[in-house]
Write a protein that binds this ligand. Sequence first.
Ligand SMILES: *[C@@H]1O[C@H](CO)[C@@H](O)[C@H](O)[C@H]1NC(C)=O
Ligand SMILES: *[C@@H]1O[C@H](CO)[C@@H](O)[C@H](O)[C@H]1NC(C)=O
Ligand SMILES: *[C@@H]1O[C@H](CO)[C@@H](O)[C@H](O)[C@H]1NC(C)=O
Length: 295
Amino acid sequence: MVTLTSIVTAAVALMVGAVEAAQLTQVQYPNNATSKPQMWIYVPDKVQPKPPLVVVIHSCQSTAQSYFQNSKIPWKKGSDQKGYVTVWPSSPHSGTCWDVSSKRSLSHNGGGDTQAIANMIQYAGDRYGIDRERVYVTGGSSGGMMSNVLAATYPELIKAVSLYSGVPAGCFVSSSGGVAAWNNTCSGGQSKASAEAWGNVVRNMYPGYTGPRPKMQIWHGSADGTLAPANYGETIKQWTNVFGVSQTPTSSINNYPERNYKTENFGEFVQGIYATGVGHSVPSNLTASEAWFGL
Ligand SMILES: *[C@@H]1O[C@H](CO)[C@@H](O)[C@H](O)[C@H]1NC(C)=O
Ligand SMILES: *[C@@H]1O[C@H](CO)[C@@H](O)[C@H](O)[C@H]1NC(C)=O
Ligand SMILES: *[C@@H]1O[C@H](CO)[C@@H](O)[C@H](O)[C@H]1NC(C)=O
């Protein structure tokens, strides 16, 4: 028999459920940078004790909120399944590309977007009890470029990176110091340099740093018409040089993790995944990125 009490109880349970269900939430964070991107965070209902953190960085024309809702960006699902926290920075620039071109963002504590995101990582660590040894970064397109630049400018904060369809750190540098400027030479695949020169670009973003660096997983599509596929090889040159390993793969696997993709390992810390026939941007593979992070 349906009683009034049981109806009320069910309604209250529904309301409580609605209130408690985890949501993407904007938080104010102490930010000592000149740049002021927004910080959004998702803490799943069943969060692990001392949870890992994944920073998920959106592409141009996107925002934290729309990237979070994008079904091709599966990190909410991963967070719900595995109980880690995700932080979603939101770009303050017009067109919402990230600043990967100005000196201030291309420098450790230079005051740019990178420093603001570093502040988000620090704040999430303090406020949500994050395991600082398990902080990871991912992103696509402009977010992929930013992932490379964050790895170069804040290596001490990040354990591993999985980036989709980006360019080498520093490749989008603006000769006039432009903030969040587009760079046709780099996007067109004409920015070529030796491995040593690309490695120096990274080292010069944080001079004197000798500590550990995040391991890098680099995805790119062979049919990318926005950020030319040549950027794949240049990014591999950059990070193999930083890790002091050969540009010849130590192992490679065809048709992995998907058909027409090729996975190339360059020792333990650099992995490239080249997707033949795939354009801009390569869709995130949650399983493969989580595996790279050890999640
Ligand atoms: C500003 O924030 C950065 C990144 O979190 C940190 O490394 C730096 O020490 C901070 N600087 C000051 C003066 O607090
Ligand atoms: C574009 O980036 C390259 C390095 O990749 C740099 O040499 C060049 O000056 C940049 N172009 C502009 C217009 O800033
Ligand atoms: C993602 O990668 C895993 C291996 O890590 C693979 O089994 C899976 O098929 C890939 N996912 C998609 C959607 O192709």
